[in-house]
Design a protein around this ligand. Structure first.
Ligand SMILES: C[S@@+](CC[C@H](N)C(=O)[O-])C[C@H]1O[C@@H](n2cnc3c(N)ncnc32)[C@H](O)[C@@H]1O
Length: 248
């Protein structure tokens, strides 16, 4: 399991050279060359045997997350939003109303948040995993998107207002073929859900509020709560399940 760090660890961290960094993860030389702050980089977080690291630049407060064998990860929200602007019709636009906020309960690397923003929605997102919280805070600061607000930490049913929810839980791998090979695989290895997604959906039904809930899943997967499912939007590899939670 990943070890988390605190700001207190910072003074004990040692500076390392860019040349050393380049050997740690494939593609990192090119990645770091594209950022002028790279020469001031420090290892902010280090897991045993250099498997996961967060690189941190104290001067510019920029960081990236590196996993062995993968390109260091850095959330560029603006770039993601621009890449999604070209997309065709999406279940988000069929299910959600642009006049109301969409709450993304599982921000992760902000890919789905960026899709929602590209489609003109106002989004509030939650994330509880500290390395991602740091990357998200940084991405927000750099993109300065007025349509995005962020709540670092775990969302609580009691705090949610009636409205539109988007939920993309960490699924166990349904098959090797459908499993993603990138950052999501790494993230899934680090995290385990405290409650099953099924239980979480039931807790939303139990809280006496009104939600339009869209849940992301694998194309081949069964709905999490089939007896309550309102509609399934089928994509090429993913699908989106709609639940209408009404108290009246
Ligand atoms: C599958 S990932 C979401 C990926 C995201 N949709 C994207 O496009 O990058 C699920 C994320 O939700 C976060 N998460 C899960 N349960 C949470 C909770 N109760 N509160 C806050 N964050 C949560 C996990 O830490 C993880 O980063």
């Amino acid at each position: 399991m990943i070890k988390l760090f605190s700001q207190k660890n910072l003074p004990q961290l040692s500076k390392i050279k860019l040349a050393d960094l380049a050997t740690k993860a494939e593609g990192s030389q090119e990645f770091f060359n594209s950022f002028p702050w790279a020469k001031d980089l420090m290892v902010f977080y280090r897991e045993d045997q250099c498997q996961q690291e967060i690189y941190y630049c104290p001067q510019h407060l920029l960081m990236a997350l590196a996993v062995q064998g993968q390109r260091p990860l850095f959330i560029d929200l603006q770039k993601q939003i621009e890449s999604f602007r070209q997309q065709g019709p999406h279940p988000f636009t069929k299910v959600f109303d642009r006049q109301q906020l969409v709450v993304d309960l599982t921000a992760g690397f902000l890919a789905d948040t960026a899709k929602l923003l590209a489609m003109g929605f106002q989004v509030r997102c939650y994330e509880r995993f500290l390395p991602l919280i740091l990357l998200i805070e940084q991405a927000r600061r750099l993109a300065a998107n007025p349509n995005l607000s962020f709540c670092p930490g775990e969302w609580k049913v009691a705090e949610l207002m009636d409205g539109q929810l988007y939920y993309d839980p960490m699924y166990q791998q349904y098959s090797q073929k459908s499993a993603s090979k990138g950052p999501m695989t790494w993230l899934r290895d680090q995290l385990s859900e405290s409650d099953s997604p099924e239980k979480i959906i039931e807790s939303l039904y139990a809280c006496k509020k009104n939600f339009r809930l869209l849940v992301k899943s694998w194309r081949q997967a069964k709905a999490l709560v089939p007896e309550r499912l309102k509609h399934r939007y089928q994509g090429k590899s993913t699908c989106y399940d709609l639940y209408l939670i009404c108290q009246s």
